[in-house]
Design a protein around this ligand. Sequence first.
Ligand code: GTR
Length: 396
Amino acid sequence: MKSLIATSIAFIFIQLPMNLQAQNQANYDETKVPALILPDPFVSEKGLIIENIEDWEKIRRPEIFNLFESEVYGILPKDFDEISFELVSEKTNPYPDLANLEEVNITVSRNGKSHTMRVNLFLPKDQKAPTPIVLLINYLPAYPDGKLVEEAFWPVPELIKRGYATASFHAETVAPDLTDSYQNGIISTLYPEQIGKGNGMKAYGAWGCGAMRAMDYFAQHSKIESEKSVLVGHSRTGKAALWTSANDPRWAITYANESGCGGAAISRRKFGETVEAINTRFPYWFADNFRKYHDKEESLPIDQHMLPGLIAPRALYYSSAKGDQWADPKGEFLGIKLGSRVYSQIYGKEIRFPDEFEAVTTPIHQDAVGYHIREGQHDLTWTDWEIFLEFVKKNL
Ligand code: GTR
């Protein structure tokens, strides 16, 4: 783990100039955004108009799911032979007055091979009844001073004070966040048959497996009310959280913060990060098939406005930052605004979004769907959490 973390830090320093170069060359001019002609979520491949839950769930949702799986994210395998949970004690609990810490090693076996990932879980001290849980998929490199590595972006005391249990795992405990070694986690150990396929799992599929195995732990835990579970990811892990929730209906609320290209934002806008830019810098995140759409976003058979429909009717939340133009805030807003039509038209939720993105000045907290945009840069800040937790209070 230590060497993985060291490599990640080196990677970030090497990647930075490339990152800045790509960001400088990107389009940030709204007048140069192509007119949006988007695939219709409500017309099936055979031309059937989809108007009710039965047709949505039996016909159109599976079609859209299959396209995202084969063309964008790759397979997220669900099968394994055995799972076991072991409590270990390696870190000092930083919040002993507020919470009990469980450090859990989750070992998953398949075809005679096994992989162990780590989840850290804080449970409110002196809890009387099972509590809802908030899981964060984290990815930042090591934190010094013996803190839990997953602690960045993770306001443990605030979540505990609001009555939630909260857990986090570091993406790299499942699959390294690196081009040359992403397969060295669960992909080569548990799912080697995925390697080399155009629709084979990559890092997002692997991180999604990690979240699902964490959920397996919560589901058998007597102090966790796992039907009330919240999955949170920022940026790259926001994209992973969305794909996880599309695959695993056990998440009651899914939150993707500033997930941008390949997450919340509509790819056809080509504003900020493009499909080519992301696949070039991170060729190990998405399925290889996604590369077919480099500078051909208009030929994608789906677009990101169809992703919320895979999570509906479960609650979904997106957020953006004004200074994070690389993630295309307007494209993120449109992703959830247009995506929320499955919630309203198929599932009958009461949803109203402003007509214009520019008119959004306050959080939009609707029935099962929410969005906010704040000042500042790309980050998962306490402000984001605080606004999102208001939405959680209403929707959990
Ligand atoms: C950026 C990348 C984004 C986003 C982000 C992150 O460099 O281009 O797609 O995922 O990294 O995860 O922080």
